[in-house]
Design a protein around this ligand. Structure first.
Ligand SMILES: [Zn+2]
Length: 607
């Protein structure tokens, strides 16, 4: 592609000159079948995925050639009919990382789930205020040398596996993850080899965008938002409720209600200015700025209300919250300045709301407890919201934790709150890294159980209490370590879409690994490592090598053999798939006080 040319001042100047002279890239320079993917003189199409070549875990999401700086969600939403109305738009401020002839967003305007899926249409797109051409395209597999508009249909196939559909079917990697309509194991490979839907919104501005220029993209769209069918048969996105919508979106469901750069490394800051049916409440990320009541108009004969929320902290694609309904919402400011929000759907029974509230009121205590291990709370606000749909999921939406099915439980509250540091502030560098933040969230549940044991035995100041705390962690570790069956068969760092959210590989195994790591480093060094990672990577994302290097830095014995042994530890726990049952080969380096031969002392141990 043309982008392989060095980015020099001369190229930029040529690019700017072309704009004035020619507007769009000249047709003669375009290759057949990709009329807008080949530009001129150093300008080219942005990549249409951020997944690594060969990825078989949602390889279709993310967009390159620019970074996402800020997003204004300007929603105009009729909560009675669950419809985005005229004027509904997102305004995306982006920064080019190359000279761009065109670029893309992820937007799922229609779905194979007719009942709950989205049904939306784009009316217009502008770039820097000027009308831009747009079209919807299928993704091609990441790394396709023929470019994002590869005319070969085999380059645009869905599959859980690489190659797509198995070696006899197609030698190429998959271009997207199948959207399963069932979570039954028999459905797992049912859509392998089918064509990917056209969910890439490709935008061609009136003139190419210079490298390093900030540019503003407005997308006007209307219609019904909905849910995305995930590769494990789960559904995420915008759930219809009697009085509005309930938003819970990991891993890629945000694209079923708004166009965006739908990859976890894209972390713009956000403003929400949502105009909705009068009498409805919006809960979103960040801090609530203002609520304005509007007179009746053509679109809202009964009047409307505009809710303004703002997050000056960057938010990853799957953590954007924007639920609408009849909610009870309260706000208070803690003595340390953090604003706490508590919300519940008003249709939840008074008795249940009271039970929920008793748990929700622990939010500050949980936050302060977790910060003892993992450092100061990273955001200006924190919130929790309980909605009514039975989604089968609770989620760490940034600064606005969301529970479904009208109820909250304390252990899961610890889990989701721990994500505010792990996943939200320090994000995953790819969807393959989901295990890194889920493991830390599992650690918080283990800490909660240990905290209860400690309190029962005399509290944190007593020797008995401290011993009970440690004994609880060892017991919880052992319970996971003894797991049999298929527990050890998937490497946490290499899931497919069907098992991405399985307890074994994404939750309990990395959770147990962190507890073992705490033994190896010592509790003080472990805490130091967590806090240093927060300082170094907060607001951004972390890769697996960066994570492991940060822990290695706090290894108390800094010899070559000990560091090599720690690398082996990570390989065993994070990167290795074992036979069913784990057998004798399952992770052995589990540290003193936990099962296994030990890290420092046993045969082959380091010193
Ligand atoms: Zn989690």
């Amino acid at each position: 592609m043309a982008a392989s040319k060095p980015r020099t001042v001369i190229v930029l100047a040529a690019c700017g000159f072309l704009l004035a002279g020619l507007g769009y890239a000249s047709p003669s320079s375009a290759s057949p079948g990709s009329s807008d993917s080949t530009g001129t003189d150093g300008c080219s199409a942005g990549a249409r995925t951020l997944a690594q070549p060969g990825s078989h875990l949602y390889p279709e999401v993310g967009n390159g050639g620019y970074t996402s700086v800020h997003t204004l969600v300007h929603m105009v939403y009729d909560a009675d009919t669950n419809t985005f109305l005229t004027g509904n738009q997102v305004v995306l401020t982006q920064r080019a990382t190359q000279c761009l002839t065109n670029f893309s967003l992820d937007f799922e305007r229609r779905s194979n789930n007719a009942a709950e899926g989205p049904n939306m249409a784009v009316q217009s797109v502008t770039v820097n205020g000027r009308a831009a051409r747009f079209r919807f395209a299928q993704p091609a597999y990441p790394g396709d040398a023929n470019g994002p508009d590869d005319p070969n249909p085999a380059a645009r196939e869905a599959s859980q596996t690489n190659p797509a559909g198995g070696p006899d079917h197609n030698p190429l990697p998959p271009a997207c993850t199948p959207q399963l309509l069932s979570d039954k194991a028999s459905a797992r490979h049912s859509l392998n080899g089918t064509q990917c839907p056209a969910n890439k919104l490709v935008i061609t501005p009136a003139q190419p965008i210079r490298d390093r220029a900030n540019f503003e993209v407005k997308v006007n769209y209307t219609g019904r938002p909905g849910v995305h069918n995930d590769g494990d048969g789960g559904r995420e996105g915008w759930w219809r409720t009697p009085n509005g919508g309930f938003v819970i979106t990991e891993p890629i469901g945000t694209q079923a209600w708004m166009p965006l750069n739908n990859y976890p490394t894209a972390k713009p800051t956000y403003d929400f200015s949502d105009t909705v049916t009068a009498g409805r409440t919006v809960v979103a990320n960040g801090v609530l700025g203002s609520v304005r009541h509007n007179r009746p108009d053509n679109q809202f004969p009964g009047g409307s209300v505009t809710w303004n929320w703002r997050s000056t902290a960057p938010i990853a694609s799957y953590l954007v919250e924007n639920s609408v309904g009849k909610f009870h919402l309260t706000e208070r400011t803690a003595d340390n300045g953090t604003r706490y929000y508590v919300g519940q759907d008003a249709s939840i029974s008074a008795e249940r709301q009271k039970e929920n509230l008793a748990i929700m009121n622990e939010h500050q205590d949980i936050t302060e407890y977790e910060s003892l291990f993992t450092g100061a709370y990273p955001f200006a606000s924190n919130g929790v919201f309980v909605g009514t749909p039975k989604v089968g999921d609770q989620m760490e939406m940034q600064t606005m934790i969301v529970f479904d099915n009208s109820r909250i439980d304390t252990s899961t509250f610890y889990h989701e709150n721990m994500h505010q540091w792990w996943g939200d502030n320090v994000g995953e560098s790819s969807i393959e890294m989901t295990f890194f933040k889920e493991g830390m969230a599992v650690v918080s549940e283990m800490l909660f159980a240990a905290r209860k044991a400690e309190a029962k035995a005399g509290g944190p100041q007593s020797k008995k209490g401290q011993a009970a705390f440690q004994a609880s962690l060892v017991k919880q570790f052992d319970r996971i370590y003894r797991s049999k069956g298929k527990f050890w068969t998937v490497a946490p760092s290499n899931p497919d879409a069907f098992n991405l959210f399985d307890d074994s590989n994404t939750y309990n195994r990395p959770g147990a690994a962190y507890i073992a790591l705490r033994q190896i480093l010592g509790s003080t060094n472990f805490t130091q490592a967590l806090q240093q990672i927060q300082r170094a990577y907060g607001g951004g994302t972390i890769t697996e090598p960066q994570l492991e290097a940060a822990f290695a830095h706090w290894l108390p014995v800094q010899t070559g053999t000990c560091r090599a042994r720690l690398s082996q530890f990570f390989r065993q726990w994070f990167d290795t798939a074992y036979p069913a049952g784990g057998g004798k080969d399952r992770p052995q380096l589990t540290g003193p006080g936990l099962t296994g031969p030990g890290f420092y002392s046993a045969g082959g141990g380091c010193a």
